[in-house]
Design a protein around this ligand. Structure first.
Ligand code: SPQ
Length: 431
């Protein structure tokens, strides 16, 4: 699908974005491993989370979806059954890595795979420690890429120091730790998003967090919960940046998750001079939630590096777009992980923006962007990467001519309804 954006209109109005993707995956997985029912509201019905639901169904977990709720009939830690077919994670790295942690602890055989993009993404960081815990995992390049065959079983707890700050790696090991007797410890170089720890504790697991180290005690009894999932800050990010860089804009995004381990974009946009107001802060299902108001203002370049990176890793492509229109230089570093996402997001954003006449200089672990650039119209490709599609849509709002974005249907992966919501906010300005 190609979407063509033609107008340089401001964005005005209020919006709630779909539920948080990371939380949606975790809620159905923990619901499956718990005893009793888990009732989830705000579940993201995007392609990635539906891949997780389908895999869980194949593992024998009844999951019922109604118009506004997902009900997971938990089977308990011992209740999953051997899948008759291959578990397909589609485009979702979170599904693959978190389920690998679960499958490692099962007394049965399973095969797990994904789409072309996911089959290129690194899995060795997860399979290596799971093998150390006692799982047998075989696959291409010594188990570094999907498809992977897992013969799980009795796991022993480990102390694992992760080479990268990755919530998926940490979560895979914590989930495997549920099936090991004793304490599994995961220590990261920087703190990655802590949704798994928070939700495990809410479901009744014994989890202790100290700095960048998490300890989980194995073999707990998890109890089904009611989980309310807030809007996804990674989806809100597109409208926060779009409003901040488009003259005349004012947008309120309601009920967004603002967990500090995810909300680095708020700090960076404020640092760049954006007019952001955070209101109505409250806690829902153990996660902080707020309403965010943003108005257009002139932005200034900044540096984004170090411990900030895991707090906004998925927002870097759209922040690179913001930097194109800021005064001065923006330097993004320590973000090598961007190269192993759905696409190599450093190369992809630099090459696609270049098609519109913009200049983003890619570096090994980030980007350098001189601000105050002008973009022309043109044709760009989302490359099947949802975050690229939406970042390019934001860039298009400031382009001089029409911008056609090919492969743009991939927004469904994390934000079904994105194009309608964008059009609605543009109409809000027109009306
Ligand atoms: O699930 P997937 O495909 O890996 O999704 C992405 C995204 O842009 O939506 C990354 F491509 O988000 C990851 C994120 O980058 C979701 C995630 C999680 O839910 O735990 C953690 C981050 O990945 P990682 O590798 O740093 O753990």
């Amino acid at each position: 699908m190609t979407v063509t954006l033609t107008c340089k209109e401001a964005l005005r109005g209020e919006i709630t974005v779909p539920g948080d993707k990371s939380l949606s995956h975790r809620a159905v997985i923990l619901g499956a491993l718990a005893e009793g029912e888990t009732e989830i509201s705000g579940f993201l019905a995007g392609r990635d989370c539906l891949s997780t639901v389908n895999c869980l169904r194949q593992l024998g977990v009844p999951v019922v979806t109604t118009e506004d709720r997902v009900i997971v009939k938990g089977v308990g830690l011992e209740g999953l059954r051997e899948p008759a077919g291959i578990l397909d994670c589609g485009n979702s790295g979170t599904t693959a890595r978190l389920l690998l942690g679960v499958l490692a602890g099962q007394p049965f055989f399973s095969v797990i795979t994904g789409d072309e993009s996911l089959r290129r993404r690194p899995m060795g960081r997860v399979t290596r420690p799971l093998v150390q815990m006692g799982a047998c995992i075989a696959g291409r390049a010594q188990g570094r890429f999907l498809p992977l065959a897992v013969a799980g079983g009795r796991l022993r707890p480990v102390f694992h120091r992760t080479p990268v700050a990755s919530a998926q790696l940490k979560s895979a090991l914590l989930l495997a730790g549920l099936f090991a007797s004793g304490e599994t410890v995961v220590s990261e170089p920087e703190k990655s998003r802590d949704h798994t720890e928070r939700m495990l504790a809410a479901f009744g697991a014994k989890v202790a967090c100290e700095g960048t180290t998490v300890t989980i005690e194995g073999r707990p009894r998890l109890k089904g919960q009611k989980v309310n999932i807030p809007g996804d800050i990674s989806s809100a990010a597109f409208f926060l940046v779009a409003a901040a860089i488009t003259p005349g804009s004012e947008v309120v995004v309601r009920e967004v998750g603002v967990n500090p381990t995810r909300a680095g974009i708020i700090d960076v946009l404020k640092e760049m001079g954006a007019e952001l107001e955070i209101g109505g802060v409250r806690v829902e299902s153990g996660e902080p939630v707020a309403d965010i108001r943003v108005r257009y203002s002139e932005l200034a370049g900044t540096e984004i590096s170090g411990s900030l990176i895991p707090r906004l890793i998925d927002e870097l492509p759209v922040l690179a777009v913001a930097a194109l229109f800021a005064r001065g230089k923006t330097v993004i570093k320590d973000a090598r992980e961007l190269r192993v996402k759905e696409t190599d997001r450093i190369a992809a954003v630099a090459e696609e923006v270049a098609k519109l006449g913009g200049r983003i200089v890619p570096t090994a672990d980030g980007m350098i962007i001189e601000g105050m650039q002008a973009l022309a119209g043109g044709t760009v490709s989302a490359r099947g990467d949802h975050r690229m599609a939406m970042s390019l849509a934001v860039a298009a709002l400031r382009a001089e001519g029409p911008v056609a974005i090919t492969e743009s249907e991939c927004t469904d992966i994390s934000y079904p309804g994105f194009w309608q919501d964008l059009a609605g906010l543009q109409k809000g300005a027109a009306g």
